[in-house]
Ligand binder design. Structure first.
Ligand code: ATP
Ligand code: MG
Length: 418
């Protein structure tokens, strides 16, 4: 037998209802904020991610699934959703349409990582993007959408942490200060941090190595270096969140992994997501579209990891709809009643009532067993007598009560009783 590739997972029919539930809440929540779904390709030109995600990031440096196609083009399975949406926005001239542009996505994404709980090589994201609005109200709207999504899922122990990483101007000064601070400790820090020191010292702040954390704890903080405009922007975001009753803490060590962020960055974290912690992350990326070779368009967005959301929901015992079976199982006794069961099932289905009949030539007892196992709500039994009377014996599997229901009234009965 050939096994599933490392870091990937099957979602089985018995567990899909959980995914459908989270996806439904994601869609409904996004739509209450007037975001519409966008679907972009699973693979893009490698160059898009190199430019869009940034080549000082872990994603571009070590995590991408890149290969040459048969036409010798370098393509990459998307490691995240933002770059593809930005490309689609530019390529389709969406800046000429109604602005702000608001879109959400539900995608699979691919990163070559060391698999652990909540860290896979193929994983899934719900994300949202808002382009064209530079003001703090857009940041607040995106954070509020993320917060509402988590609340609508019934999650209570997920905390919001925010920070500002400033703009190009004030960050340059800060990077200098960071370098001065870290320089004497470099020999004691990890190899990744030594590489980051040259390329992007900001990333040293969120190093996950225990030893490095000893040095990052007292490092200079970006929020102390914000320029006047960035400071005012951050204050306004905090005011709007406060006004909307969205609790948050300011965490100066959040810097986010991708190169394109500026100003507001945020994370929703939960202890239940294990060592991984972050279930949803996002921020403002005013330089992304410019980096992709176009004129600047202000942008803000987030992405949530679906697998981590499901982990946290299980840990918090968040409400989950029942894993329901069909509404009605039609059990036939002999050949004639089985044929009737088949016909009735077709009729019920045409009326939108889900149902099932025996396809395995089982006894009535075994049909009941199957109906019970697959969580059918009603079992309508048809035998010789029922055929003669055009009436089924309908058992309610929830409370074991039974009623005789005329064949013609069966669809209505199921709809009303369920
Ligand atoms: P991490 O610090 O955990 O590596 P990240 O900064 O790389 O996260 P983002 O690129 O911001 O993550 O992606 C947004 C969300 O997608 C994360 O908060 C997480 O919930 C989820 N995610 C990212 N990588 C993975 C993965 N390999 N497996 C499962 N979920 C993931
Ligand atoms: Mg990562």
């Amino acid at each position: 037998m050939i096994n599933i590739p490392k870091g990937t997972k099957d979602v089985l029919p018995s567990e899909i209802y959980q995914w459908h539930h989270v996806e439904k809440i994601a869609r409904e929540t996004a739509e209450t904020y007037a975001f519409k779904e966008i679907r972009t390709p699973v693979f893009e030109h490698t160059e898009l991610f190199r430019r869009g995600v940034g080549d000082t990031t872990d994603i571009v440096n070590k995590e991408m699934y890149t290969f040459l196609d048969k036409g010798n083009r370098s393509v990459t399975l998307r490691p995240e959703g933002t770059a593809g949406v930005a490309r689609a926005f530019l390529e389709n001239g969406l800046a000429n349409g109604a602005m702000p542009f608001k879109a959400y996505y539900l995608i699979s994404a691919f990163r070559y990582e060391r698999p652990q709980a909540g860290r896979l090589r193929e994983f899934h994201q719900f994300g949202a993007e808002l382009y064209g609005a530079a003001g703090a109200s857009a940041d607040a709207e995106i954070i509020s959408l993320a917060d509402r999504f988590l609340k609508n899922l019934g999650l209570k122990k997920v905390g919001l942490q925010i920070n500002s990483i400033g703009c190009k101007t004030c960050r340059a000064q800060y990077q200098q200060a960071l370098k001065e601070y870290f320089r004497p400790h470099l020999s004691k820090m990890c190899a990744d941090c030594n590489a980051r020191f040259e390329k992007n010292p900001l990333r040293m702040i969120d190093c996950k190595e225990e030893n490095c954390k000893n040095f990052t704890a007292n490092a200079p903080r970006m929020i102390d270096y914000l320029c006047e405009d960035c400071r005012a922007h951050f204050e306004e975001v905090k005011t709007l969140l406060g006004g909307a009753g969205i609790p948050f803490t300011v965490n100066p060590s959040i810097v986010r992994g991708l190169d394109y962020y500026s100003r507001t960055v945020f994370e929703f974290t939960s202890e239940a997501a294990g060592a991984q912690g972050t279930v949803l992350g996002g921020g403002r990326y005013d330089t992304l579209l410019e980096q992709m070779g176009e004129k600047p368009v202000p942008a803000v967005g987030f992405a949530a990891g679906m697998e981590r959301i499901l982990m946290v929901m299980a840990a918090e015992n968040a409400p989950m709809p029942e894993n329901r079976g069909v509404t009605c199982y039609l059990a036939g006794m002999d050949r004639a009643s089985r044929e009737k069961a088949f016909l009735l099932a077709c009729e019920l289905r045409s009326e939108g009532v889900s149902c099932e009949v025996d396809l395995m030539d089982r006894s009535v007892k075994a049909q009941f067993k199957y109906a019970d196992k697959t969580k059918a709500r009603f079992v309508a039994v048809i035998g010789e007598r029922e055929l003669a009377e055009q009436t089924a014996e309908v058992k309610d599997m929830k409370n074991s009560s039974s009623e005789r229901v005329n064949f013609r009234a069966l669809a209505q009965y199921c709809k009303e009783k369920i």
